[in-house]
Design a protein around this ligand. Sequence first.
Ligand SMILES: [Zn+2]
Length: 261
Amino acid sequence: MKSALLLVVLLALAGCADRLSINTDYLSQGQSSRVQYIVLHYTSTDLAHSLALLTGPDVSSHYLIGDQPAPIIYRLVDEERRSWHAGESEWQGRTWLNASSIGVEIVHPGYRTLADGSREWQPYSPAQINLLITLLEDLVKRHQLPPDSVIGHSDVAPQRKVDPGPLFPWQRLAEAGLIRWPDEAAVLQARARHAQQLPDAAWFQVQLGRVGYRVPMHGEWDDATRNVLAAFQMKYRPQRHDGLPDAESAALLEVLNASLQ
Ligand SMILES: [Zn+2]
C-alpha cells in the first residue's frame, strides 16, 4: 500500500517536472540545519534483531552502531529525513523530537534481569564508544550544534525510557567536549552547603527544568519528579540513580546550571 502510494507521488512529481521550473541561482545566507539534537539509545537486542527491527515499518534510527570487535556504523535513514526513534519526547521545551533530531542506536543489551528481579547493567565496549564519539564529533561539526545537543532517550522521555542506561560513559563525551560536565571542586563545595539543608521539591523541579527536562512544577515529590531526577542521576552520578533527592544531586544540578549562565 505504502509503495503504491509512493509510486503515485513519484509519477505526479515526474509529471510536474516539465511544468515547474525553479530558479536556484540565489542562495539565502539565513539558514541552518534542521537538526537540533542527537538522541542516543541502546537497542536491547543483538545486531541481527536490531537491524531487522530498525529497518522495518515501525521504528528506525539514522545510525546504528554494531557490536562487532571492530564495530560497523550503519546509516539506515538519510540525515535530511526523519527517523522514528524518540516517540513522545521533550527537551528544553521542544516536543516530539523525531522532527528535530538525529537518532543513534547502539547494539547493546542494556541490562539483564536477575532472579530477584533486579537489573544487572551491562558495560559498553570501548570500541563502540570510541566510534560513537567520532561519529558525534562529525555530526556536531556538520550541523553546527551547540554543546549539550547530545542527549539520551532517558533525558527526553524520563517517564518511560532508561536508555542508554547508567553505564553509558557520559563523562567520556564531556571529555570530548560534546556535553558540559559539572566542575568537581565546585560540586564538593555546593554539596557541603546542601548537606546542611537539603533543598525542597520545588527547588529540584526548577533546577531539573533548567537543565532541559520536562518535570512537574507543583512543588511535591511524586513518581514523575523522581523519574526525572533518576534520569539526571544516571547521567551525572550513575553510582546511585534511585531518584531520591540528596546533597550531591543538588550540588550537581546547581553547578551544572551555573555553568549555563
Ligand atoms: Zn531508545
